[in-house]
Write a protein that binds this ligand. Sequence first.
Ligand SMILES: [Cu+2]
Length: 125
Amino acid sequence: MKSDHIKNILKLLVFSVTAVAPFSVFAHAIMVKSQPEQNAIIATSPQKIDVWFNDKVGSEYKAVAVIDSKGNRVDNKDVQQEMLDSSHLYCTVPNLAPDTYTVRYRVVSIDTHIVTGKFQFTIKP
Ligand SMILES: [Cu+2]
């Protein structure tokens, strides 16, 4: 009896997820590409950090920050959005020393949800 209950709850859950997913997936921003790529190991410092999303994102509240392994923010705090492709954000960085860096981003999706995420890349000595 109890397991029947659980089965019914599971059915409901599956139904509501599949019913809602097409709408939320459609408008919710997801990072699809970056330069440097996630977990890339590169030999020289990039000059800028590029992040692309699956859909255009809002121009307000956008943020891209690059943080070194000690927790210091090292980017030039100059996040930009490409004029002709608003799914693309980028910021510049000074010449970075060998280290593992974390890129953190925050954008507002078309559906007004705020999306945050992070990825890492390493500059080898
Ligand atoms: Cu959303």
